[in-house]
Design a binder for this molecule. Sequence first.
Ligand SMILES: *Cc1c(COP(=O)(O)O)cnc(C)c1O
Length: 411
Amino acid sequence: MTDQNRYDRFFNDELDALKQAGNYRYFADLERRRGQFPAAVNRHAGGARDITVWCSNDYLGMGQHADVLAAMHAAIDTMGAGAGGTRNISGTTHAHVALEAELADLHNKESALVFTSGYVSNWASLGTLAARLPGCVVLSDAGNHASMIEGIRHSRAERVIWKHNDLNDLEAKLKAIPEDRPKIVAFESVYSMDGDIAPIAAICDLAERYGALTYLDEVHAVGLYGPRGGGIAEREGLMDRLDVIQGTLGKAYGVVGGYIAGSTVLIDFVRSFASGFIFTTALPPAVAAGAAAAVRHLKTSSAERAAHQARVAEVRAELDARAIPHLANDSHIIPVMVGDPVKCRWISDQLMERHGIYIQPINYPTVPKGTERLRITPSPVHSAADIARLVGALGELWSQCQLARQPIAAQ
Ligand SMILES: *Cc1c(COP(=O)(O)O)cnc(C)c1O
């Protein structure tokens, strides 16, 4: 046997460095209470405690919606547990076909393709398009999610990063690329950590002028914006200007999975060439059925979206009343800025241990150093009493931590 300690020493040193920097990731062991979410039980070394979750991406509480659960139960009872194969080899169930039809309709596209997660959908779709279009250049917003970055990297296509949401920089970079080279402009609608929103129409104008495909990640917007939950592009009447709209079934839709929607030929191309789509077992039919139920429900019900926006406004107003700094943005994401990884971790621990409030600290590398934050995600299932307890606890901890109270301007 080789000297195993040599390897373990390396692993330990790296982990110690992460801990020293305050960037080590501790997972919270949670058990959500169906019907009572955001209530959950947190198990820890000393026992268990009742907590309220304030950092979930189950933005609307669809993870406990009666229609979603009924669809999943029914699918298990009729079709069983797993899909039993890749999509190509016996894994395409009727639940998958129906979900893809539901998603194509949501975005008013000819076709949609479901993947095992949003991450995989970005990685596989961008990776395939960029690798296979001859001489392709990908123009990637500097704030893009790791799944897009990894997909582009994997494609080995040339990558040009444009300044976050900066139209002048995007145009300068488009202009510098020969007209006949294929181009993809890849960006998000709602950016997950700052909660700011891209100027989609103007980006589409530029892409059109310079002959580029548009690829939009609407992960933090589908279900939440637009009359039928089609995202920011739906709200702004822009869905037909995007070549690819990508989304997740794991956040506002409350289940798991990812997808792209687009023209029949583009979707067929990705379906036919994307390794990350082809060589993996399809999602369980119950997952597909549950996700379809969530999408269907939110197409006709706007009550959840309205309550969501109202709850977000209430939390912001209460934070302002206590001068607790949070980034101004036009979305539902409330980044409460701490600006120090150790304090961020400490506040999060105190919230959990003393107040029964769970907000995961967001540190480097998820956000740049010096912008460590608590990312608060209110939902329709948070009550006025939940909000009062949250801001009361934050106010107390802000004083103890001697953190600045003046508002921090939007970046
Ligand atoms: C969460 C996220 C993804 C990945 O989606 P999953 O379904 O969680 O894999 C993709 N893009 C962005 C911007 C995200 O925040």
